[in-house]
Design a binder for this molecule. Sequence first.
Ligand code: HEM
Length: 466
Amino acid sequence: MNGSFNKTTIKKPNAASGAPVVGNTIGALKDPLRFLICLKNEYGDVVTVRIGGKKYHVTQSPHASAHILQENAGNYIKPGAAKMMKQFLGDGLATSNGSLWLRQRRLIQPAFHKSKLEGILNVINDEAGQLIQWWKKISPGEPINVNDGLLKLTLGNISRTMFGSGLNDRGDEIAAVITRLMACASSSVNSVIHLPLSVPTPGNLRFRKAISDFEKILYDIINQRKDNGNGRHADLLDLLLHAYDNESGTGMNERQLRDETATIFMTGHETTAQTLSWILYKLAVNPQVYQRVRNESEAIGGEVTAMDALQKLPYTKAVIEETMRIYPPVWVMARRAVQDDCICGFHIPAGATMLINIYGMNHHPGYWNDPESFIPERFVNPESERHPFLFIPFGMGRRLCIGNMFAMTVMQTVLVKLVSEFSFQTAEDHTPVPRPNITLRAKNGVILKIGQAISSPEYGGYANHK
Ligand code: HEM
């Protein structure tokens, strides 16, 4: 136990008021985002809530986040709450702990080194080019769910850059399997009762089938590479296949290979595609923001061909950051306390599940001026100094997102190309509604009309940021 405090004399966090038996379940499920924002106003930095029969310690304080993710990170591990993710990610990088996690992190890190990014720009541009061709075939003014194309694009990026394998004609099949998998995982996240996958409920049978179809794809990718002989490649799959553990004197077994490829596939495409979808929506409702992004795109010739071009896109980067503030793809981060601890003056018992309330921090008026307005400028010229753990869309500390630079490179590169070809308008009667699931997705899709790019500075010109 952390010896710097006496647990009998420090405060217990307030418990959020809820109904008998069900606790806060109804409030949290009815309007989860409002629930997350209100916690700070009503209970302060740390509060306990009861949802689905389980107790969670929720914090909406950047100081507490710094403590959990950095200062006392050794005391906080990925919890059993990640169990549902483990069902399809196994013991991959995002769900493992301890020495297994450390070994895998060291092994995988080089695949994400800055020096690798230059080499993937051509793939990103090519995938974006394919999406542009697809969207150009759609009749002007026809509303489409942009999320579909963006998911396919980010899947294509991951499979080509990390596993050296194009989706070729299997793109639709793979996207469909992953959509089924995400749907099963989402309904598992949203359900109050969690039966083990071995119980043959209709939902579990669907989930099991989706997992086995997904596995089949992963093994196809792995075996295709093995069948192609021993030539080395400059990608992640190569690192995994040639990994050697000095301690055990072995390489990675089939199961570990499967878990790591599954992890990178899933973590690498969904978050990026959701963020890009939300960005296009924000460009559609804020024509003056679109115009500034397009100006930056035009200034570099409508395509990112070298990494140093990204330095010339400060506003585009700010648009991405502001979108991730409003719609954080990872809206909450979970950890389990190994030993008793003290956070912001509150006692955290050993075994407690801590939730870092990213959505609540990103939307709180105590932390941001006018938090519900979309104001990219706040990332170009911050109004005041921010706590370094206030805005953490990629997490922080030792478990910082391994793909953060990769994701930013993909998003900037794709945006530059899309705005050089298209403008975006909202579809009548459609406002995308964020719904916290595995990621923060629009529960009704992001339906937009795609038109030709517009250069006129007169374009739109809303005074207010929406
Ligand atoms: C907008 C895009 C992305 C966002 C917002 C995002 C966010 C995050 C966050 C918040 C974490 C930390 C979770 C925690 O500490 O509990 C994380 C971890 C991780 N991310 Fe990302 N991510 C993105 C893109 C990517 C990409 C493109 C990849 C891979 C190609 C990736 C792979 C991972 C992995 C493997 C981990 C686990 C790292 C570890 O625990 O060591 N992510 N991500």
